[in-house]
Design a binder for this molecule. Structure first.
Ligand SMILES: Cc1cc2nc3c(=O)[nH]c(=O)nc-3n(C[C@H](O)[C@H](O)[C@H](O)COP(=O)(O)OP(=O)(O)OC[C@H]3O[C@@H](n4cnc5c(N)ncnc54)[C@H](O)[C@@H]3O)c2cc1C
Length: 424
C-alpha cells in the first residue's frame, strides 16, 4: 500500500494551501491530495473573490491580526493577486458611521468564475510539477487513525499525517468522522440570511468598491458581493437524513464576459445558540427544509416592492413594468416572511433600511430578495494545539472545520496545519 508523508483531503484553498506550504518547506516530501470532484467546489471555482485583510474570513477565536497578517504574506506569494482599486470610500463610511454601521476597508482581488477555474488548473499543475500526487474524482469515505489509513471509493492509502479540508460541502461528512473518531466539537453558530439582487445603477457603490463589507447592528453583515456580470445560483445540500434543500449563493464572471448590469450580495445574520439547542446545522437544515416546503422544492424570491406592502410576489410581479430586470435565478415567487424566523428577518430588514440610507437606491421596489442563504461553518472541534490538530496526526483545516470563512483564510489554515506537522 502507498504511504505518504501527508495526505490532504480536499483540493479547495485549505488543501492547496497546505500542499504548497509543505512542498515549499520539504520539496522532497511525498504528498497526496484526494478530491471527490473534478475541480474544487468552493469559492476558488465560484467567483473567486479574494479578501486579504483581517478579520475578513478569519474567525477571531482562532486568529489575531498579527498572525493572520503573517500568513497572508505567504498566501499572497502563492496566489499572486492583482488588487482592485477602491475610491470615494470616505463618502460611504461617513454616512455609515452616523448610523452606527461600520464599513470595513478590505484589500481585494477578483478573478470571476472563469478566472477561478484557470487559477485552479494552474495551481494543480504547479503542484504536479513539484511532485504532488493529485487524485481527482476520488471520495474519501473513512479514516482509521490507529493504522493511519484513509479509505476512498477507489482504494486505501497510508499517511504519516492527515489534513482533512473537505469544506462546507463536506461539513456533514466531517461531523460524522469526528463522531466516529471521538473528536469533540460544537456547532452552535450558523449564518442565515437572504441574497439581494438589483441593478448596478441601484447599488453603484460596487463601481468604487467591488465587495463592500458593511457591519450592521444585531450581527448582520453584507457578504460576497458579485457585480457587473453577476448571477444568483442555488446550491444543493442534503440533511443527515438525506433530504435535499437549497441555499442560494452568487457568482460573477471575469471582464472577458459581457456585462449584465446586475449585482447581488448576501445579508447574513450570525445566530449563536446556547442551551438547549446544540446544533446550528440541525437548525439550518430545518430552515432549508421549511423554505423548500414554502417554495415547492425551490428557493423563494420576492420583490422588495411586494415585501414592503406585506404581500407575496407572483409571476405577474416579475413581469410588471416597474420591475425592470429579470431574476438571474428563476425560483418560486412567494413571501419570504412566512418562512424566515422573525428575529432574523427583523435584523436583516433593519440592515436593508440602513444600507439604503448609505447607498440610496438599493431598496428600489424591483430589488429581489432570495431566501434562504445558509452558511454552515460552525463546526468547532476541540483542537489539541494551535495548529488545528484534533487527534494525533490528524489536522482539520478550512471552512468545514470552522477555522476559516473564505478563500484566503482557508489557505492560511492549511499553512498553519503544515507548520504544526513540521515542527513535531
Ligand atoms: C458558490 C460559492 C462561492 C463562494 N465565493 C467565495 C468568494 O468569492 N470568495 C471567498 O473568499 N470565499 C467564497 N466562498 C467561500 C469559500 O468557498 C470557502 O471559504 C473556501 O473555499 C473554503 O476552503 P476549503 O478548502 O475549506 O473548502 P472548499 O473550497 O469547499 O474545498 C473542499 C473540497 O473538498 C472536497 N471534498 C469534500 N468532501 C470530500 C471527500 N469526502 N473526499 C474528497 N474530497 C472531498 C470538495 O469537493 C471540495 O472541493 C464561496 C463559496 C461558495 C460555495
Amino acid at each position: 500500500m502507498d504511504t505518504y508523508d501527508v495526505i490532504i483531503v480536499g483540493s479547495g484553498p485549505a488543501g492547496l494551501g497546505a500542499a504548497f506550504a509543505y512542498l515549499d518547506r520539504r520539496p522532497e516530501g511525498r504528498i497526496l491530495i484526494l478530491e471527490k470532484e473534478r475541480y474544487s467546489t468552493g469559492g476558488l471555482r465560484n467567483d473567486c473573490k479574494m479578501n486579504f485583510t483581517y478579520p475578513i474570513g478569519f474567525p477571531e477565536e482562532y486568529w489575531d491580526k498579527e498572525q493572520a497578517d503573517r500568513y497572508l504574506e505567504e498566501v499572497i506569494r502563492n496566489l499572486k493577486p492583482e488588487f482592485m482599486e477602491k475610491q470615494n470610500l470616505s463618502i460611504y463610511s461617513h454616512r455609515a458611521e452616523k448610523l452606527g454601521v461600520t464599513l470595513l476597508e478590505v484589500r481585494q482581488s477578483h478573478l470571476g468564475t472563469d478566472g477561478g477555474l484557470e487559477l485552479i488548473k494552474a495551481l494543480i499543475s504547479r503542484l504536479e510539477e513539484r511532485g504532488a500526487e493529485i487524485h481527482l474524482e476520488e471520495t474519501v469515505q473513512d479514516v482509521h487513525p490507529e493504522e493511519r489509513k484513509v479509505f476512498t471509493d477507489k482504494g486505501e492509502y497510508r499517511y504519516q499525517d492527515l489534513i482533512m479540508a473537505p469544506g462546507r460541502k463536506g461539513f456533514s461528512f466531517l461531523q460524522g468522522l469526528m463522531k466516529r473518531l471521538q473528536i469533540v466539537f460544537l456547532d452552535h453558530v450558523v449564518d442565515i440570511g437572504i441574497r439581494l439582487e438589483t441593478t448596478v445603477n441601484q447599488y453603484p457603490i460596487v463601481k468604487d468598491y467591488y465587495d463592500p463589507k458593511f457591519l450592521f447592528p444585531d450581527r448582520v453583515r453584507t457578504f460576497c458581493t458579485n457585480a457587473f456580470r453577476a448571477y444568483v445560483v442555488k446550491e444543493k445540500y442534503l440533511t443527515d437524513a438525506g433530504e435535499p434543500y437549497y441555499s442560494v449563493n452568487g457568482h460573477a464572471y471575469s471582464q472577458k464576459h459581457k456585462e449584465n448590469g446586475l449585482v447581488n450580495f448576501a445579508l447574513l445574520k450570525t445566530v449563536a445558540f446556547t442551551e438547549p439547542l446544540a446544533s446550528g446545522q440541525r437548525f439550518a437544515e430545518m430552515i432549508g427544509l421549511q423554505a423548500m416546503l414554502m417554495g415547492g422544492g425551490k428557493p423563494i424570491m420576492q420583490r422588495v416592492g411586494d415585501f414592503r406592502l406585506g404581500k407575496r410576489s407572483t409571476e405577474a410581479t416579475f413581469n410588471g413594468d416597474l420591475y425592470h430586470f429579470e431574476p438571474t435565478l428563476y425560483c418560486t415567487a412567494g413571501d419570504i416572511s412566512l418562512s424566515i424566523p422573525a428575529k432574523i428577518l427583523r435584523g436583516i430588514w433593519k440592515a436593508m433600511k440602513l444600507l439604503d440610507t448609505i447607498v440610496p437606491g438599493v431598496l428600489h421596489p424591483s430589488t429581489i430578495m432570495y431566501y434562504p442563504e445558509i452558511k454552515l461553518y460552525g463546526n468547532k472541534p476541540v483542537f489539541q494545539d494551535k495548529y488545528f490538530q484534533a487527534r494525533p496526526h490528524i489536522y482539520l483545516a478550512g471552512d468545514g472545520a470552522g477555522t476559516s470563512r473564505g478563500i484566503t483564510a482557508a489557505w492560511a489554515s492549511g499553512i498553519r496545519a503544515v507548520e504544526g506537522i513540521l515542527q513535531k
